[in-house]
Design a protein around this ligand. Structure first.
Ligand SMILES: Cc1cc2nc3c(=O)[nH]c(=O)nc-3n(C[C@H](O)[C@H](O)[C@H](O)COP(=O)(O)O)c2cc1C
Length: 379
């Protein structure tokens, strides 16, 4: 089985990975709701998954202004850094490697998460999405555009969060630049109507991302910094338009100049049929972007063992990230190595609290011995 490409060791930037299996970042809402510090439960959960070649920890707010999803963690206070130190220690003791994912939610935040204050974004465009507040899911509101001074301090908040990530023992950082959040709100021509140097043409809309990358590189070596980015087709303001692909191509080509450790590229999560992204369906995403990015490419979305092995073998990806499969399979690596089936997710407990459906998923071996015990006690 170890002739599977997924099991070939790999050097990603400054990190030696024992295999090509990456745990994708997964928000699970188990951080303290007041301090936004990660809990001991989170240390246990991540340590259980330490056989992954690399773990990318859940999206983590860079600042109070960037915070925008109930019960998620941050990286701007000492208490949060201490909480994360326990997580990184536990992962390292278990033999793993873990990156922090830096997050500013922008317009996806909500006044309920910000003491009644409007969230911040590129422009005053309601993205028409959902905010996850302490009292449940709410429609997003119209955000307030960041001033240029606030953009400068936001870039510095990324730098501080990157510094804090190293202080907390992370092996590096990943900048979350896609999906619906602040950087994507700047990249997207529907949500960015600015008339200054951060809006208008593609180069201006990508300026915030590149300034953030440069500020983070002031704190962390390039061999430990990556970006998660991809063109997406979502609802309302995030429906793909004629600029969605060109702005992503431009950003990825510009990212090459920094010699970053990796790019985490998501395939399509929605149906691209009839959209300007149609050609990027399925493997089309990786076929299109592999030639554009010179360093490590991590392919993600709806991967399984067979597809992962195939994409690496075809030269379309260096590493494969698994998100949902990691929820119910702490031993995903061992299951792939032995050709065992993967366990199903209990969706009720994905965004919940406590250990149930979080750190209590058994390994394949534990599940087998549980079954055996149950059948013995039935007799
Ligand atoms: C419960 C859940 C939480 C997620 N949280 C994050 C997150 O915090 N940051 C992020 O970049 N992506 C997040 N994602 C997206 C995953 O990282 C991944 O890109 C997506 O699930 C597709 O991979 P998969 O098909 O292997 O699940 C989340 C996905 C799920 C299902």
């Amino acid at each position: 089985m170890q002739d599977q490409p997924l099991f070939a060791p790999y050097r990603m930037g400054a990190l030696d990975l024992p295999n090509r299996i990456v745990m994708a970042p997964l928000t699970r809402m188990r951080a303290d709701s007041q301090s936004h510090a990660p809990s001991l439960l989170q240390a246990e959960y991540y340590a259980q998954r330490a056989s992954a070649g690399l773990i990318i920890a859940e999206a983590t707010a860079i600042s109070a202004d960037g915070f925008g999803w109930a019960d998620t963690p941050g990286l701007w206070t000492e208490e949060q850094v201490r909480g994360w130190s326990r997580v990184t220690d536990a992962v390292h003791k278990a033999g793993g490697r873990i990156l922090a994912q830096l997050w500013h939610t922008g317009a996806i935040s909500h006044p309920e998460l910000r003491d009644g204050v409007q969230p911040l974004s590129a422009s005053d465009v309601n993205p028409g999405q959902v905010s996850v507040t302490p009292s449940g899911r709410k429609p997003t509101v119209t955000p307030r555009p960041l001033t240029k001074e606030e953009i400068r301090s936001t870039v510095q908040d990324y730098a501080r969060a990157a510094r804090n990530a190293l202080a907390a023992g992370f092996d590096g950082v990943q900048i979350l630049a896609n999906y619906l959040y602040l950087i994507a709100q700047f990249l997207n021509s529907t949500t960015n109507l600015r008339r200054d140097e951060y809006g208008g043409g593609i180069d201006n809309r990508a300026r915030l991302l590149l300034e953030i990358v440069e500020a983070v590189l002031g704190q962390v070596d390039a061999g430990r910094v990556g970006v998660k980015i991809s063109p997406m087709h979502e609802t309302n303001a995030f429906a793909a338009n004629q600029e969605t692909l060109p702005v992503t191509e431009y950003a990825i080509e510009r990212l090459n100049q920094y010699d970053l450790s990796h790019l985490l590229l998501m395939g399509n999560t929605t149906d691209f049929t009839g959209t300007p992204l149609e050609q990027l369906r399925d493997d089309g995403m990786f076929q299109h972007f592999r030639p554009l990015f010179k360093n490590t490419l991590i392919a993600n979305v709806k991967m399984d063992r067979g597809r992962g092995n195939r994409l690496i073998k075809a030269g379309l990806a260096d590493l494969i990230a698994f998100g949902r499969p990691y929820i119910a399979n702490p031993d995903l690596v061992e299951r792939f190595a032995a050709g065992r089936p993967v366990a199903e997710i209990d969706w009720e407990t994905v965004y919940a609290s406590g250990a149930r459906g979080y750190s209590d998923y058994p390994t394949w071996q534990q599940a087998e011995s549980n079954k055996l015990e149950a059948s013995v006690s039935e007799r």
